[in-house]
Design a protein around this ligand. Structure first.
Ligand code: TRP
Length: 444
């Protein structure tokens, strides 16, 4: 059994060392497992919620894509794409919005934090809150559900969003599924072993604290300069250090082998100076980052390579999202428009209309009407001659069942030239009338 693993990164910034160790590196490792079917994407629609600078959004999604590829993502194995290249995501987002209770969204942490801040400042509670921010979890649910992901690697701050995605999926399944589950209920995958790196000041490395170490930006020089700014205690060279309270050590350990880490620990305990310790950290990081940086720079110098990879990824992804969307439209009562770009031939075949089918059995002639889903809506009784069966069928197609029917005690008798060829309940009659109407509309 393969597990579908899906995750996205919001494209508002430039990846730093913390993003690499905390999200990109573990996701790529996971994607290499043979039983994992990974979907990774740039959440560029989500970026619009936080960032109204088009240049920045455009640059960020390029940088993040290049970072993933440079970090070793294999686009042949992973389905790697931009959220905004999958129109089914926004389409599904609307369908989900229509089954999502507003009260559920009122409880979202990000929204509540904005309201709390406003209240503290004496502002209107919803001041500065857009519908995008408010509905953020619905869009995220659509990202996940459109591909029926089983596992979603995320940080702790996103667990609530996964719970909401499950909740929304369940509601939709119950409302429209008719016993069929359109959506898999996804699980958050929160890995406690994944390194949360300290930033320069020892708090969690994060752009909002302005304490990050760049991954590729500014090259080796910027990496070294940032490392030299890591806060340490004031112990002199020669004085024993406590590795477990040192940010330099925590960063070193996140990238070193156990042997290297053991040696580094010993050296600090033996009095290694902070300056020298930082140089060792720099050398370790540079040995890991340099080859990736080279690949990154090469990709950024020719973004058409990235574009080609993402276009191929979108195509691969849309094969799935298109098929599911066709089923969902039908389920909610919206007939699918002629197969759109993503689906191709296969979708068209699945998307066929209701149809009349004639057949021969025991030397007699019948016809039936099948729904688009292939359910039998009407089965004729036997005609002795194929011509009569054909004419009855044509008349039914052209005139509709009412014109050929009479109701006797709640049962409709459909007749052709005095010969009753079918009996239907009121309900069956309605279904047949509806489908024939639709067929005629499609024909003209
Ligand atoms: N909200 C996620 C974050 O900020 C990004 C994201 C958007 C995402 N859609 C997703 C993550 C779907 C996992 C699955 O980190």
């Amino acid at each position: 059994m393969t597990t579908r693993v899906l995750t996205g990164i919001t494209t508002t910034g430039t990846p730093h060392l913390g993003n690499y160790a905390g999200a990109i590196r573990p996701a790529i490792e996971l994607s290499r497992q043979p039983d994992v079917d990974a979907f990774f994407f740039m959440a560029d629609y989500h970026a619009l919620i936080k960032c109204e600078d088009p240049e920045r959004v455009a640059r960020s999604r390029l940088e993040i894509a290049a970072t993933w590829i440079a970090a070793g993502l294999n686009p042949e194995k992973v389905t790697f794409y931009r959220q905004s290249d999958i129109p089914e995501t926004t389409e599904l987002c609307w369908m989900l919005s229509c089954v999502t209770p507003k009260g559920l969204m009122n409880r979202a942490h990000a929204y509540k934090a904005s309201v709390d801040q406003n209240t503290e400042k004496g502002e209107e509670p919803d001041d500065g809150v857009t519908m995008g921010l408010f509905s953020y979890p619905v869009l995220m649910a659509a990202d996940i559900l459109i591909f029926n992901a089983n596992k979603v690697p995320v940080g702790r701050d996103q667990i609530q969003h996964l719970e909401m995605a499950r909740d929304i999926a369940q509601r939709f399944n119950n409302l429209y599924g008719n016993g069929e589950a359109f959506f898999v209920l996804p699980d958050a995958l929160v890995d406690d072993d994944v390194a949360t790196l300290p930033g320069l000041d020892g708090r969690k490395m994060s752009k909002s604290y302005d304490n990050t170490i760049p991954l590729f930006e500014g090259g080796a020089k910027a990496l070294r300069q940032a490392i030299m700014r890591i806060v340490t205690d004031s112990r002199e060279p020669g004085e024993p250090k406590d590795p477990d309270s040192s940010h330099v050590f925590a960063l070193y350990r996140a990238f070193a082998t156990p042997e290297q880490t053991g040696k580094f620990r010993g050296a600090l305990e033996d009095g290694l100076g902070w300056g020298e310790a930082k140089t060792q950290l720099y050398e370790l990081l540079e040995s890991i980052i340099a080859p990736m940086r080279e690949k990154y720079n090469q990709l950024m110098a020719d973004p058409s390579q990235i574009e080609a990879i993402l276009q191929a990824g979108a195509l691969k992804a849309r094969k799935q999202s298109g098929d599911l969307m066709t089923r969902l439209r039908r389920a909610v009562g919206l007939r699918s428009p002629a197969a759109s770009a993503g689906g191709g031939k296969k979708e068209k075949a699945k998307n066929r209309s209701a149809r009349f089918v004639s057949f021969r059995e025991d030397g007699k002639f019948h016809f039936r009407l099948l729904s688009a889903e292939g359910d039998e809506l009407l089965l004729s009784e036997a005609f002795d001659h194929p011509k009569d069966a054909g004419q009855a069928m044509t008349a039914l197609k052209q005139q509709g069942p009412q014109a050929m029917g009479q109701c006797h005690q709640g049962v409709w008798h459909l007749a052709w030239q005095g010969h009753v060829f079918c009996r239907l309940s009121d309900e069956q009659m309605n279904a047949v009338a509806l489908v024939i109407d639709q067929l005629n509309q499609e024909a003209d």
